[in-house]
Design a protein around this ligand. Sequence first.
Ligand code: ADP
Ligand code: MG
Length: 360
Amino acid sequence: MKVELKNIGKKYEGRDEFTLRHIDLEIDDKDFCVILGPSGCGKSTLLRMIAGLNSITEGELLFNDRLMNKVSPKDRDVSMVFQSYALYPHMTCYDNMAFSLAMRKVSKKTIHDRVMEAAKVLQIEDYLYSKPSDISGGQRQRVALGRAMVRKPSVFLLDEPLSNLDAKLREHMRIELVRLHHQLETTTIYVTHDQTEAMTMATKIVLMNDGIIQQVGHPEEFYNKPENIFVAKFIGSPTMNIFYGRYKDGQFICDECAMKIIPTKEDQKRLKAFDGKEIAVGIRSERFITEKKEENSVEIRIEVVEMLGKEKVLYGKIEDKKDIIITVPGYYEYKMNEKHFITFDNQALHFFDRETEERI
Ligand code: ADP
Ligand code: MG
C-alpha cells in the first residue's frame, strides 16, 4: 500500500510549538521506509499519526490515495510493533498472537493457520505455549512481530523494535527483518534513532531533526550526498570530519588548521558563487591518503588509536589544534603520540555553505 503525507503538522494540546512541521512524504508500496532521527525529534509522533493513535493537527494522510485523517485505528489495516513489545503477560505466546484475530471473530481454523504460518517464518514454533516471562528478549520480540504479522496488514509500523536487544541479537534481527520484508513484501515504516539500522535495512530513509524532514533518499545518497551538515554528521560512523574556512581564488583555506585544499574542477564550478565566503568542508574518515607524504599533506599527531579488527580508528589533531578522525586498515601500524602526514583526497570532499549549512 502507498502511504502519502501531505504537509502534515502536529501540535500537542497544551504545547506552544508544533512538534512536527511541513511533513511531505511518499512511501511507495513495498517500501521499507526508515524514519530516522535523534531522540525527541518527533519520530514516534509521526508513526502514531499514521497508525491513528495520535490526531493529525494539519495536512493530509492518504493510503492508496484515500484520505485517512479521521479513520479509526482499527479500520486502517496497519499493525504496529512497539519497543516494549507490549505482550500480555498472562497469555501464552500463541494466545498473544491469536488475540487480535479472535477479537475480530476470525474462525479458529484460520487463526490457527495464521499463527502457525507466522511462527514458522519467525522460527518460534518451539515456545508458542510458553508465557512471555519464560522466554528471552529476542524471542519476545519475535512474538511481538508475529502478533503484527497474523493480521496480514497492508502496512507494518515498527517503533524502535530492536532497542531492547543486545548488540549481537540486534545485528541478527536486522538481517531477519530484511529477509522477512523480502518474503512478505508488506510496506513497512520503521522508526529508529540508530543510523546503522537505517543504512542496512531501508529502501528509503527519512532523516528528521526537530520536527522537520532533513533529507529523504536511498542509504547511498545519504552517505555520498548529504544535503546539509546535520545529515552529514548524523549518517556514518565515525562521524564525518568538518572543517571551517574560506574559499578564495580556487582554494579552500582552513583557518582552524593552517591548511589549504584545492578542490576538483567540478567542485570549483559549484563553488564559484562562494568566492571570498565562509564555507565548510566535510570528509569521511576513510577518505584520507595516509600512505605517503605529498605536496599538500598536513601533519597530524595521533592521540587515541581504536582497534576494531578490520580497521583502526585514529583520533588526532592537526597542528595541535583541530580534531580529526581517520580510519585505516586494521593491519596498519599506528601508535599513540606518533606524528604522521596525511592528505585530503580531493575527490571525496563535501562542501557546505557555512551560514545555511546547506550542501553546495
Ligand atoms: P521521538 O520518538 O523522535 O523520540 P516523540 O515523537 O516521542 O519523539 O516526541 C517528540 C516531542 O513531542 C517531544 O518533545 C515529546 O516530549 C513531545 N510529546 C510526545 N508525546 C507527547 C504528548 N502526548 N503530549 C505532549 N507532548 C508530547
Ligand atoms: Mg520514539
